[in-house]
Design a protein around this ligand. Structure first.
Ligand code: TYM
Length: 308
């Protein structure tokens, strides 16, 4: 079976961009009955070290994200891996770097490539395609350096909007969701303005107020299309003759609807720390076995003997 891998940083409560860009597809892909293979979802603690974070920040962030991913389990049991192995000292070092420019940021794409290199299909939002390209380049470079007879690493394929036609099981093409405050940048957890993003812990009235004070019509159309599964141009046509207020109300309703389930599950699971850790540990063991199998393949076959 095909193995798919994706990841999210433990840097806070996931937002609407994470959901519509990537997580919405995880729910389908992790389904045991999915003919497409098996999804490994990871919480990538090391990746969070590109910005100074308090140790508490990362630990809480891990729980927040994990709880949220567990929501998907209402659909099926799936493999879960946690890579949160951030040592306290390391995290504190990162925090001491006042410029915020640390080696974590510099080596980030390589770290991500290592995750991916041992797996294959990668359901991510389209902001990640550049990282996947680098990963493909590194895999290719490795093959050439070691004069491999055939490709040693499975070349990773991004499952994003561009590629989704290949994967019929993705019913909702991932979208790039932009900031509600500044439509020139993407919605992100790290923006200092909390009104720029919708979190899955937001109440219906918070959602209403964030959308009503937003800027960027195109972004509203994208959000609505991602929620309903329609094409943006269909929606744009539908709203041609309607006024702006109607569009805002419809987007508000769709976002409230889509976030209700995750919010309820978050409330239900957020206190269950032991249970979440157990799931993460078991998942990490399973994922480790799969990565080992790839490593064994690397050392037993494929490589010419001798120095590169
Ligand atoms: P991260 O934690 O930034 O985001 C998690 C997922 O959410 C998507 N995403 C968005 N999609 C649409 N619009 C947005 N505004 C938006 N913001 C975030 C991202 O595309 C991503 O799919 N480098 C990764 C984590 C990672 C990873 C991996 C992913 C580490 N190793 C291996 C796949 C495979 C990241 O920082 O995601």
């Amino acid at each position: 079976t095909r193995i798919m891998l994706s990841g999210i940083q433990p840097t806070g409560i996931p937002h609407l961009g994470n959901y519509l860009g990537a997580l919405i597809n995880w729910a389908q892909l992790q389904d045991d009955a999915s003919p497409e293979g098996e999804l490994l979802s990871s919480i990538v603690g090391w990746h969070a070290m590109t910005l100074p974070q308090g140790t508490h920040g990362i630990e809480n962030g891990h729980n927040d994200v994990h709880v949220w991913i567990r929501y998907e389990e209402v659909f099926s049991v799936y493999e879960q891996t946690s890579r949160l192995a951030v040592s306290k000292n390391l995290a504190e070092d990162a925090e001491m770097d006042e410029t915020g420019l640390n080696v974590g940021l510099f080596t980030y794409p390589v770290l991500m490539s290592v995750d991916i290199a041992l797996q294959m299909h990668v359901p991510v939002g389209d902001d990640q395609t550049q990282h996947l390209e680098l990963c493909r380049d590194l895999a290719d470079q490795f093959d050439r350096t070691y004069k491999a007879k055939h490709s040693l690493f499975p070349l990773p394929i991004a499952l994003t909007s561009g590629a989704d036609y290949l994967f019929f099981f993705i019913s909702k093409p991932p979208k790039r969701i932009l900031s509600l405050r500044d439509p020139t940048s993407k919605m992100s957890k790290s923006s200092p303005d909390p009104a720029s993003r919708i979190l899955f812990t937001d109440s219906p009235s918070e959602i209403t107020s964030k959308i009503h004070h937003r800027s960027g019509t195109a972004n509203l159309l994208t959000i609505l299309a991602a929620c309903t599964g329609e094409y943006v141009h269909q929606i744009a046509k539908r709203f041609e003759v309607k006024n702006y207020g109607v569009l805002k109300s419809e987007v508000t309703g769709a976002v409230q609807e889509i976030s209700r389930g995750p919010r309820d599950d978050y409330e239900r699971l957020k206190g269950q720390k032991d249970y979440l850790l157990k799931v993460a540990k078991e998942g990490a063991e399973r994922a480790g076995k799969k990565a080992e199998a790839t490593m064994r393949g690397l050392s037993c076959g494929g490589l010419h003997s001798g120095n590169p």
